[in-house]
Each structure stands twice: as C-alpha cells, then as structure tokens.
Design a protein around this ligand. Structure first.
Ligand SMILES: [Zn+2]
Length: 92
C-alpha cells in the first residue's frame, strides 16, 4: 500500500483528545469553576480529562470561556486575555 490517509493536525488532536480519561458534560460542569480559577490564578495546566473534554465539546468550551471572562478581573486580566489564556491551555 502506498501513501496514507492524510489527517490535519487538528483532526489528529481531536482523535487523540477523545481518549480517556473520559469526562461527561455533568462532570465537566462540576469542575469548570475550580478549573478556570486555577488556570487563571496559577501556572498549573488544565487537568488532562478536562482539557480533552473542552477540546471536544463546544458547549462546555463556551461555558468555560464565559466563566473565564466573568472571573478575569479577579486575576487582573481583561476578559479577552482570560479567554485567550483558556484557549491556549485547551489547545483550541
Ligand atoms: Zn461537555
């Protein structure tokens, strides 16, 4: 066989992201406050399961972005900076 199926880097990341640890939207919702606060307040990376869920779930990603914008001022960040930091951590 010659050649190979070509996947974009994004597609590969998405496939990889869909592996464990698997988090439901409910689990994600329970953790999103603490995870976003921790992310903006420290240099600790997002928990892998949480990160993977946000990467694959647009609804939770948007929820996290809204939250980041909301708590941005607690961390001396603008809403845009907080969202950018979240997106960078998620790898979106
Ligand atoms: Zn979700």
């Amino acid at each position: 066989m010659t050649g190979h199926v070509s996947l974009s880097r994004e597609a590969v990341a998405r496939l990889t992201a869909n592996t464990e640890p698997w988090l439901s939207c409910d689990d994600c919702f329970d953790q999103v406050d603490a995870a976003v606060e921790a992310l903006l307040g420290s240099t600790v990376p997002l928990a892998e399961g949480f990160r993977a869920h946000l990467l694959g779930c647009a609804a939770c990603h948007e929820e996290a972005q809204s939250l980041a914008a909301l708590v941005a001022e607690h961390h001396d960040l603008t809403a845009a900076d907080a969202v950018a930091r979240l997106d960078a951590a998620v790898g979106a």
